[in-house]
Design a protein around this ligand. Structure first.
Ligand code: PEP
Ligand code: MN
Length: 352
């Protein structure tokens, strides 16, 4: 349920209403939007009569029921206003959100060694990316495939972060590693295979770092938003949703089916920022540019692109990784679409 306050409602009145609702056994959350202040009520509200709440104060404009099972993630919970996820990076704050410039995240699937991660970081930074994404802990389908270098790769990510000034995004697979990874990462990635690892969702929800939640490969949109709800309900409001392709009947030409229809669908359902990953979405580097540009045109807030200095030799996901030169070209092409939709931020000129 949400309690929409009238414009200009005094602070004392908001506190009084919150106090009263607490006495009713509810836990009101104050959400300050650009236009309205809303009190979100989560809990057992089925027996509550909206009219009874309306009576509490003349400053209450409206009391509405949130119909969706994902309450906090729902667009309604913020009375239609998109949320922003602000991430601090060594080069300053970067904001993910519907009314902000596109955020570009790039890097190799796995952190392989110091030279390659630093080279990749510097190249993608020079091309205009804001985040370096590389895996230290890799969720691999086969137990015999490269599993990532683990803790030692976190050190390399830290070095690449300092060398480039980029923010760092890396995956966490185990609840036991959350604190350790959060010391290095600016954003914690929960991968497709862990989208419904509820223990992990609760754990990343109970800490402060923003979370990038990838869609499970066979997850419905409702299941994905319920997974986000776990993180929000545990207290972390900084969640970014990442579409990375789903399983469909045809896998002959593309690894997955990149579901770009999530862009308008999620916009109507949730206030959370959206990222599109055309690398895992297609599985082939030659298909990545078309889908990246389509995602910008369709309104994505962010993109994740795999880039490797030598894709043929990559320890994971080489076939879908762009070379740094390929990424430079793609950034130029993306700028054209990004400018056309008013969401392109020219990279700051770095003076030598
Ligand atoms: C990745 O981002 O490298 C990855 C393993 O992605 P996903 O969880 O989408 O498969
Ligand atoms: Mn990968």
């Amino acid at each position: 349920m949400i309690v929409v306050m009238k414009v200009g409602s005094p602070e004392v009145e908001l506190s009084r209403i919150s106090q009263e609702l607490k006495q009713w056994g509810l836990n009101p959350e104050k959400i300050v939007g650009k236009h309205k202040v809303v009190l979100g009520l989560v809990g057992d509200t089925v027996d509550l009569d909206p009219l009874q709440i309306q009576e509490i104060s003349p400053w209450i404009e409206q009391v509405l029921r949130v119909e969706k099972p994902f309450k906090r993630a729902s667009r309604q919970f913020r009375h239609g206003e998109p949320s922003e996820v602000v991430v601090s990076t060594p080069s300053g704050a970067v904001t993910f959100g519907e009314h902000h410039p596109l955020v570009v995240v790039a890097g190799p699937c796995s952190v392989e060694n110091e030279a390659m991660i630093i080279e990749t970081a510097l190249r993608v930074k020079a091309a205009g990316a804001q985040f370096l994404r590389g895996g230290a802990y890799k969720p691999r389908t086969s137990p015999y495939a490269f599993q990532g270098h683990g803790e030692s790769a976190l050190k390399l990510l830290e070095a690449a972060r300092s060398a480039s000034g980029l923010g760092v995004i890396t995956e966490v697979m185990d609840t036991a590693d959350v604190e350790k990874i959060a010391q290095v990462a600016d954003v914690l990635q929960v991968g497709a295979r862990n989208m419904q690892n509820f223990a992990l969702l609760k754990k990343v929800g109970a800490q402060d770092k923003p979370v990038l939640l990838k869609r499970g490969m066979s997850a419905t949109i409702d299941e994905w938003l319920m997974a986000a709800e776990y993180i929000l309900a545990a207290g972390n409001s900084k969640v970014i949703l990442c579409e990375r392709g789903i399983r469909t009947f045809d896998r002959q030409y593309a690894r997955n089916t990149l579901d770009l229809s999530v862009l308008p669908v999620l916009r109507s359902l949730t206030h959370l920022p959206i990222m599109i990953d055309p690398s895992h979405g297609t599985g082939k580097s030659e298909y990545v540019p078309a889908m990246a540009k389509a995602a910008i045109a369709a309104g994505t807030d962010s993109l994740m692109i795999e880039v490797h200095p030598n894709p043929i030799k990559a320890l994971s996901d080489g076939p879908q990784s762009l070379t740094p030169e390929g990424f430079d070209d793609l950034m130029q092409e993306m700028a054209v679409i990004g400018k056309a939709v008013g969401r392109w931020l020219e990279p700051a000129v770095v003076l030598a």
